[in-house]
Design a protein around this ligand. Structure first.
Ligand code: 1HN
Length: 380
C-alpha cells in the first residue's frame, strides 16, 4: 500500500519553552500550525470572506476576426483525432491564470469543422451546448437522434449522452461550445468515455426531438416528463426568432430589452442544471439600464453592433465577437448599429446560484441607470 509522506515531517509541537505567552510563543504557535497543515482564520479572514464578490475573472472581449483567423488556421493544420476529439479553441480569461476557462464556471470555445470531417463519438458528465454560427450541411447525433446544425440553432448535449458530429458538405462549419467543465472539475465529477467506433448509429427519425417536443407546449402523452434537462436537443433559429419578434410586441426588460431564456418545456427551468442559455434582441437605438448580479456570463454577438459597458468600461462589439461579464459587475447594453437590431446569445451560471440560494441582483441607481464611462477596452 502507498503511504503519503507529508512534505515536512514535523513533530506535533516544538519543545516546550518557559516563554508561554510572549511573541516567541505566538511565533512558535504559527510555525506549529504550518507544520501540521493548519491555517488560522485570524490571518486570512479578509480573503476568506470578502464583503462582496472579489472575482479574479476579468471583463474581456475576443474579436471575431481573431477567432476566425485562428480557427481557420487550426482547420488547415490540425486534424481531428482521437484524444482531442474536437477542434475547439477555448476562451481563456486572462484573469484566470492561463486556465482554459471563460469564467470560473463556464468553458466557452469556438469549434471548427471542415467539410466532410467527422468528430468521433464520446460521452462525458460535463453538460454541453453548442450554438451554431455557420453549419451548412453539418449534423450532430446525440443519443441516436440526428439533427442538422443550422445558423442560430441551439443544440444540447446533456450529461453522459453519446454524441458525434460531422459534415456532408464542402463547406466548413463553426460554432460556440459551452460546457460546465470548470465546475465539473472543481467538484471532482468528471467522467469521459470514448465510443467504440467512430460515429454512432442513427436510431431515430432525423430531427426527432424537434418533431417530438419542438413546439414546447405539448409532449407525447405516453412519455414521462424530462426533469433533469430539456428533451429538445435542437432549438431552431426560425422558432427562436419568432419568439423574439412576438415578445417585442408586448414586453421588454429595462436591463436586457427583448431577452428570452431557452427553457426545458417540461419544467420551465433552464436547459441544463448547471447553466442557462439566453437569446436577446436589442432593438435599434436601445440603451439599457445597468444592473449586476451574482454569477458569470459569456456573450456571443450573433448579429449587429454596439457596446456593453462593464464596470464603467465600454466594450465595443460587432458580429461574431465574444465577451465576458464577471460576477457582480455592473453592465448595460447599447445598440449602436443605426436601424439594425442586435442579437446576443449568452450563457449564465445563474441556475447554480439560485439552487444554492446564493443569487443576488441589484440595479444601478445613479444617473438614470447609466454608468459613467471611464475607459474603452482595447482588444488585442
Ligand atoms: C465536446 O464533446 C465538444 O461535443 C465540444 O462538440 C467541446 C470540450 C471538452 C470536452 C468535450 C463537442 C468539448 C467537448
Amino acid at each position: 500500500m502507498d503511504t503519503i509522506e507529508p512534505e515536512v515531517k514535523a513533530e506535533v509541537r516544538e519543545e516546550i519553552s518557559p516563554d508561554l505567552t510572549g511573541p516567541e510563543a505566538v511565533a512558535r504557535l504559527n510555525r506549529d500550525m504550518q507544520r501540521n497543515s493548519l491555517t488560522p482564520l485570524w490571518q486570512i479572514e479578509t480573503n476568506l470572506m470578502s464583503r462582496q464578490p472579489r472575482t479574479q475573472t476579468l471583463p474581456w472581449l475576443w474579436k471575431w476576426s481573431t477567432l476566425y483567423d485562428i480557427a481557420e488556421r487550426a482547420g488547415a493544420l490540425v486534424p481531428i483525432e482521437r484524444g482531442g476529439d474536437r477542434r475547439a479553441i477555448a476562451l481563456s480569461n486572462p484573469g484566470l491564470e492561463g486556465r482554459p476557462f471563460a469564467t470560473p464556471t463556464l468553458w466557452t470555445a469556438v469549434q471548427w469543422l471542415n467539410g466532410h470531417e467527422v468528430a468521433p463519438a464520446h460521452r462525458h458528465t460535463a453538460q454541453a451546448i453548442r450554438f451554431i454560427i455557420e453549419g451548412n450541411g453539418s449534423w450532430r447525433t446525440g443519443g441516436g437522434d440526428r439533427g442538422f446544425l443550422e445558423r442560430g440553432g441551439l443544440v444540447l448535449t446533456p450529461p453522459w449522452l453519446w454524441h458525434d458530429h460531422g459534415s456532408k458538405s464542402d463547406e466548413r462549419a463553426i460554432w460556440l461550445d459551452g460546457l460546465d467543465i470548470p465546475l465539473n472539475n472543481y467538484l471532482d465529477a468528471s467522467f469521459f468515455e470514448p465510443y467504440k467506433g467512430e460515429a454512432q448509429a442513427v436510431t431515430q427519425a432525423l430531427n426527432g426531438t424537434v418533431l417530438k417536443y419542438g413546439v414546447g407546449q405539448m409532449r407525447p402523452a405516453w412519455e414521462k416528463r424530462s426533469v433533469e434537462y430539456s428533451p429538445i436537443f435542437t432549438y431552431k433559429w426560425t422558432d427562436t426568432e419568432r419568439a423574439l419578434d412576438n415578445l417585442a410586441q408586448v414586453a421588454s426588460s429595462p436591463y436586457d430589452d427583448i431577452a428570452l431564456e431557452y427553457t426545458n418545456p417540461h419544467t420551465g427551468g433552464p436547459v441544463m442544471p448547471a447553466f442557462s442559455a439566453w437569446i436577446q434582441m436589442l432593438r435599434p437605438g436601445i440603451h439599457t439600464q445597468a444592473h449586476r448580479q451574482v454569477g458569470s456570463s459569456v456573450y456571443h454577438v450573433f448579429e449587429g453592433s454596439g457596446e456593453t459597458i462593464i464596470n464603467g468600461v465600454s466594450f465595443r462589439w460587432e458580429k461574431g465577437d465574444f465577451f465576458v461579464v464577471p460576477s457582480w459587475a455592473w453592465h448595460e447594453h447599447h445598440n449602436l448599429g443605426g436601424n439594425e437590431r442586435a442579437i446576443l446569445f449568452s450563457l449564465h451560471d445563474t441556475p447554480l446560484l439560485l439552487a444554492l440560494n446564493k443569487y443576488r441582483e441589484e440595479s444601478y441607481q445613479l444617473n438614470n441607470g447609466h454608468q459613467e464611462i471611464t475607459g474603452t477596452f482595447q482588444p488585442v
